[in-house]
Design a protein around this ligand. Structure first.
Ligand code: TUI
Length: 314
């Protein structure tokens, strides 16, 4: 059995976090993951504060197991959401797309474990000094907002930079990826793309099918021009956006091109206008299954590999 400091810190059976995916990670997915022994995570980037509170209450009604909430720091009403999470005393807060320093004291005071996503060793050191309990080192293989580093290069460097536990993210969807992450020094993994195929994941049928049918080169990064690169499945929208980035369109018009496109993908399954966020590991995600099965397969696979890891050594 793979049991690490992250299991101990958070109170979970398997050292796996389900990524907080904007407009996707709701109470249904988070509860399924937490019931299965991982850490389910609600995204706070989907709606207003009332929606987030409803989702928290819904997970609490479904299970006593720990779960977390992800705060997208580039999002709206972040101050209000930060206060809600302190008031609700959720077990874990993860943050993305920015520096969460100013909220850390308030969350710690509420007894919350604070675990920021970091795209570099520099930010890992900074948040560790500010009291983060662990960090999620997320490589640019992941879906959504991405940094420049690959998981392979980022994880060992972050592990050396800080003395708090590191959770690896970006490009992990099966036992091989999980075993590799542990070998790089991670004490846990965060998985997003693979959970898009979970039965409990409420995305449009079109979105789910696109992920299940995607191959290894199915994604593209757009948005570098505006400083917020985002990885999504190649689609009419992402191709048009990529083209527009190199045209003489104004920054404002370019920004407006993206408005509402995530929602169009998740809720409406709009093939033409939707932005279908997904990671490079989509090619490995080929069947819709319950979240519990996804988790069990990842850890059964990783355990087998790690048990036989020295088989090449004579
Ligand atoms: O946040 C994510 N992934 C996301 S957020 C999102 S919502 C969105 N919607 C529309 C357009 C753009 C985004 C979709 N996917 N992942 C965590 C993550 N955080 N990846 C990279 C970072 C990051 C980047 C810079 C974290 C901190 C950071 O710090 C810069 C600074 O402020 O020091």
């Amino acid at each position: 059995m793979i049991y690490t400091s992250v299991c101990e810190m958070v109170g979970i059976k398997y050292p796996i976090f389900q990524g907080g995916m904007a407009h996707i990670s709701d109470a249904s997915l988070a509860a399924a993951v937490s019931i299965a022994g991982g850490l389910g995570i609600i995204t706070a980037a989907s709606g207003d504060t009332a929606w987030v509170e409803e989702q928290i209450d819904a997970v609490r009604a479904a299970t006593d197991n720990p779960f977390g909430v992800n705060v997208m720091l580039m999002g709206k009403n972040v101050d209000e959401i930060a206060e809600l999470l302190a008031r609700k005393k959720v077990s874990v807060v993860t943050t993305g797309a920015g520096n969460p320093e100013k909220y850390i004291p308030m969350w710690k005071e509420a007894g919350i474990k604070v675990i920021p996503v970091v795209p570099s060793s520099a930010l890992a050191k900074l948040v560790a000094r500010s009291g983060a309990d662990a960090v999620i080192a997320e490589g640019g293989e992941s879906g959504g907002h991405v940094g420049d580093m690959t998981t392979m290069a980022l994880v060992p460097q972050v592990c050396d930079a800080v003395d708090i536990p590191v959770i690896a993210a970006g490009g992990i969807a099966d036992g091989r990826g999980a075993a590799a992450a542990f070998m790089l020094g991670a004490q846990g993994i965060q998985v997003g793309t693979a959970f898009l195929a979970a039965k409990e994941c409420n995305i449009s049928e079109v979105y789910k099918k696109k992920v299940l049918n995607a191959g290894d080169t199915a994604t593209i990064v757009t948005g570098r021009r505006l400083g917020h690169p985002v990885r999504s499945l190649k689609s009419p929208f992402s191709r048009a956006y990529a083209k527009a980035e190199y045209s003489d369109i104004s920054d404002e018009d370019l920004e407006n091109m993206g408005v509402g496109t995530l929602r169009a993908a998740v809720k409406d399954g709009d093939e033409k206008h939707g932005c279908f966020l997904a990671g490079q590991i989509s090619g490995l995600v080929n069947s819709e299954r319950p979240a519990a099965e996804i988790i069990k397969d990842i850890f059964d696979g990783a355990e087998k590999i790690l048990n036989g890891a020295n088989k090449w050594v004579k």
